[in-house]
Design a protein around this ligand. Structure first.
Ligand SMILES: Cc1ncc(COP(=O)(O)O)c(C=O)c1O
Length: 425
């Protein structure tokens, strides 16, 4: 039986995580299903950033590098992120962007993999990986005379050959929400002598991750999505302790030096993950990120990532069931795996035409999702909806699908104003 609005209200009333929503400032009249792209504003962020500006910077001035804990913020915040991705304290730093961190870890991974096996000249990834990951890998391969080989997910196992040095994957696919099994894929890569590098952009704060349990090699991830760090928030980087101190990362700056305030002319890398820092860190952005991380860590006494995952799956199951029951006959397909175990924290719908305009019509009604263009071939245009359990409830899902039903039945999405493409979709 299709759940009713009353059922959804009852689910909200019983939801053990419902109080977590009070940590955020959400605009009135908006159902926000885009936390997989940009997380919402934690209420604490504005005053924390104001304090960092007026007190720490304004009054403390340069003294704040020591007195306000600015200098070790990348490590301190890294330790918080570590709790969410199955890493140990001291193994993660918050720094730079996901793209830049990917360049660093891919370079280190290629050095390690090829140290004893220079015949390994190939980097493998998925064709539908997020483009920045592919561009970074492509540029690194061009620089080093290596080959980037892109495969479809079903061809992955056969692609792990003796020529391959590194496998680079995104855990949860940005277009479809399909999720890899990090442990199983890493194990398969290792059996073939290949290092596994993971992008956790759509995983950190969204699904449980156990990097050390999976014996993964390197990971990077983004903190402006499910970690609510704010637009352009510093990303993070992790290296397994067996690798972290083995190679210089390619952007060897003074913040990654073992003793930056000795100002020596030669580079001596800091032990461990600190060497993955490069230059002076964006302290105001780190202050905002700190608040974002605390909103996710606030779930720890309530069951942590396991509890968030359980609610996320309940929300996505509900979303799929409601769309299929209430929006039937309107040409929608499901791009996200039906098997919950293979699904991240988003649901992606396909439609042969009108996907962009439908998303715009929903946004005009206050239901914010986003659109990802297809390739006119294997991948159709996608209407993408992030289901973030920290601040989305069951009634929100019901109301969002009701708006979708009305947009489709009324045909209002066909209005010209919903077809005007903007720079960011
Ligand atoms: C899988 C993945 N990697 C990386 C990025 C973005 O990287 P950056 O923050 O460097 O722009 C995204 C953005 O959505 C993404 O989905």
């Amino acid at each position: 039986m299709t759940p009713t609005l009353q059922d959804c209200r009852a689910l909200d009333a019983q939801d053990p995580l419902r109080a977590l929503r009070q940590q955020f400032t959400l605009p009135e009249g908006v159902i926000y299903l885009d936390g997989n792209s940009l997380g919402v504003l934690p209420t604490a962020t504005a005053s924390r950033v104001a304090e960092a500006v007026t007190q720490e910077w304004g009054q403390g001035l340069i003294r704040s590098w020591n007195s306000a804990g600015w200098f070790d913020a990348p490590q301190r915040l890294g330790d918080k992120i570590a709790r969410l991705v199955g890493a140990a304290p001291g193994e993660v730093v918050a720094t730079d962007s996901t793209s830049v961190n990917l360049y660093k870890v891919l370079s280190a991974a290629l050095n390690i993999a090829r140290e004893d096996a220079p015949v390994r000249t190939v980097l493998v990834s998925e064709r539908s990986n997020f483009p920045t990951d592919l561009y970074i890998a492509e540029s690194l391969c061009r620089e080093r005379g290596l080959q980037l080989r892109l495969v479809e997910p079903e061809d992955m196992a056969g692609a792990l050959t003796a020529e391959v040095a590194v496998l680079m994957l995104t855990h949860v696919n940005y277009r479809t929400g399909a999720m890899h099994d990090i442990a199983a894929v890493t194990q398969a890569a290792h059996r073939a002598g290949i290092l596994a590098v993971w992008d956790l952009a759509h995983s950190a704060g969204a699904v449980p991750v156990d990097l050390n349990g999976a014996q993964a090699d390197f990971a990077v991830g983004c903190s402006y999505k499910y970690l609510n760090g704010g637009p352009g928030a510093p990303a993070f980087v992790w290296a397994h302790s067996r690798h972290a101190s083995r190679f210089w990362q390619p952007l060897a700056g003074w913040w990654g030096h073992a003793a930056p305030f000795e100002f020596t002319p030669d580079y001596r890398p800091a032990p461990g993950i600190t060497r993955f820092l490069c230059g002076t860190q964006p302290i105001l952005s780190l202050a905002a990120l700190d608040c974002g991380l605390d909103t996710v860590l606030a779930a720890e006494p309530l069951g942590g990532m396991a509890a968030l995952r359980a609610k996320s799956l309940a929300l996505s199951e509900l979303f799929i069931a409601l769309v299929e029951a209430r929006c039937a006959g309107h040409g929608l397909g499901l791009a996200t795996p039906r098997d919950p175990a293979q699904r991240g924290s988003q649901v992606c719908l396909t439609r042969p035409e009108g996907a962009y305009a439908i998303v715009q019509a929903l946004i005009a009604r206050g239901v914010i999702g986003d659109f990802r263009a297809g390739d006119g071939n294997r991948h159709l245009d996608i209407l993408r909806f992030g289901l973030t359990p920290l601040y989305i409830g069951f009634e929100d899902v019901w109301q969002a699908v009701e708006h979708l039903r009305q947009v489709l039945e009324s045909g209002e999405w066909q209005q010209a104003r919903f077809n005007q493409k903007q720079a960011v979709t």
